[in-house]
Write a protein that binds this ligand. Structure first.
Ligand code: URA
Length: 473
């Protein structure tokens, strides 16, 4: 009898090495005990001591993709099951995985399905808490049914690329420092702080959007099983909200119909927990004042020095900014950087931000297509721009595109008529509106250099103003 050991038990590479060694040595499934289920195991010899007798098996990707999920299942027997499948495929049953009725295939698919579901729940129910005293650092405690952390960590890495985070589970932890994803040992709930400001805000927001008339406890429990509630800050309020639902619906029926309101009337914005632009940025990242936060990867606060002499305001983050968490880092940002440099303005002298802090998009296949934020979303975000401006003392403000110009002047601007002229900006700061770099990128080739040259010319007026201010000093 032979013995194979997979350490850690969910690791594909570890299983693969053991399975390949056993197959090469010609050890059939019934002669191989796997450490997760074997009794009397110690009497068996490790498979690594078996003499090789043939070349490694040629198997397709299908079994490896299946194995990656099946190995993450917590139940016993999965290593042996996978080895049986591998053995049969390598011995000639090349299309085995297509036979859904085969008992081994059926069992493996069941395990795969359970793991896929559990991974989906983890993506939906992990809730981060801010680490007190550490800007932009978050940690979450989560108890999955299976070993799904390795499967879902890349999703969180993409989604929260701009923050530092850790997810701690009983078996394993994952952490992202903004550059590298590392996996480490498991932990306990004590590794996670109790509550943060964003969580209080989120609970208030959840209670305010909870619609008692649409309450369907059965569907709710199916989508959000009770055992996950302990991870969800909003779950603390759910029993009360559900208890009160009947009376609230009755009161809604009794009330006279009112004209429809815009969806977001008075946004509740979290107060920054710490002072300065960093504190403000952290509060922006926790914002849930309009629905744009949910499909977006993260909020994108402004970036730049507190003593920047120019504030540049764009429309909203694009696809790349949504992933990096930093404004104007995508194609429009690169064109803007080039135009700024050509106009003689140093980007380091600019605080760069957007009128709307979340990326609004429409998913088309694998692409996310920019959609202009609606009036209510722009309104919800306005206080953030005001807070940013209140912390800066710029000599000039640059509005890139009509959305930013309208937000900053509080009126509908005719961009093509008013661009390149000094206008009255917020807090008495002179403002210049110009075209958005994304618009320049979209211009047809036959427009030649003109759109770009126009942007540079408008930015030169800003450079001149700074130069004049320097001479006046
Ligand atoms: N467009 C904008 O308006 N802002 C960005 O940050 C990127 C593209």
């Amino acid at each position: 009898m032979w013995r194979a050991t997979v350490e850690p038990a969910w690791d594909l590479e570890a299983w693969r090495v053991q399975a390949r060694t056993a197959w090469v040595a010609g050890i059939p499934p019934e002669a191989l005990d796997w450490a997760d289920e074997a009794a009397g195991l110690l009497a068996a010899r490790p498979v690594t001591e078996a003499a090789p007798r043939r070349e490694p098996p040629r198997i397709g990707r299908g079994i490896l993709d299946l194995a990656r999920h099946v190995l993450a299942h917590r139940g016993p027997g999965r290593h042996a099951l996978l080895y049986r499948l591998l053995w049969r495929i390598a011995e000639g049953e090349r299309r085995l995985l297509d036979f859904a009725a085969d008992p081994d295939v059926r069992r493996a698919r069941q395990l795969e399905k359970a793991v896929t579901r559990d991974a989906h729940k983890a993506r939906a129910f992990v809730r981060f808490r801010e680490i007190p005293g550490e800007a932009n650092s978050f940690v979450a405690w989560y108890e999955p049914d299976h070993f799904v952390l390795d499967l879902v960590a890349p999703f969180f890495m993409r989604r929260f690329a701009g923050m530092r985070w850790a997810i701690v589970t009983p078996d394993r932890s994952a952490s992202w420092d903004g550059v590298e994803l590392s996996m480490g040992p498991g932990g306990s709930p004590a590794d996670v702080p109790d509550q943060d400001a964003g969580e209080a805000l989120w609970r208030r927001y959840y209670a305010s959007v909870f619609n008692p008339a649409r309450l369907n406890p059965q569907a709710m429990r199916a989508e959000m099983p009770l055992r996950f509630w302990k991870h969800l800050p909003e779950a603390q309020d759910l029993p009360r909200l559900m208890r009160e639902a009947g009376a609230r619906v009755e009161a809604m029926v009794q009330r006279a119909p009112r004209p429809a309101r815009s969806r977001i009337s008075a946004p509740v914005l979290p107060a920054p927990a710490t002072e300065g632009l960093e504190g403000l940025a952290a509060a922006i990242r926790a914002c849930r004042a309009c629905p744009l936060w949910e499909p977006a990867t993260q909020a994108v606060p402004g970036e730049g020095r507190a003593d920047a002499r120019i504030v540049v305001v764009g429309e909203q983050p694009g696809d790349e900014e949504d992933l990096t968490g930093r404004p104007f880092t995508g194609p429009a940002g690169r064109l803007f950087d080039r135009a700024l440099a050509e106009a003689g303005v140093d980007r380091a002298d600019c605080y760069v931000t957007n009128a709307v802090k979340h990326f609004r998009f429409e998913q088309r296949g694998r692409r996310r297509i920019h959609v202009r934020a609606g009036a209510s979303e722009q309104r919800a975000c306005r206080p953030w721009l005001e807070r940013e401006l209140s912390m800066l003392r710029p000599l000039a403000i640059v509005a890139l595109g009509a959305t930013a110009a309208n937000a900053l002047t509080g009126r509908g601007i005719s961009l093509m008529r008013e661009r390149g002229r000094w206008l009255a900006g917020p807090r008495g700061v002179p403002l210049i509106a110009t075209v958005h770099p994304a618009w320049v990128l979209r211009q047809a080739a036959d427009a030649g250099d003109e759109p770009y040259a126009g942007l540079v010319a408008d930015l030169r007026r800003v450079a001149d103003r700074l130069a004049n201010a320097a001479t006046a000093d």
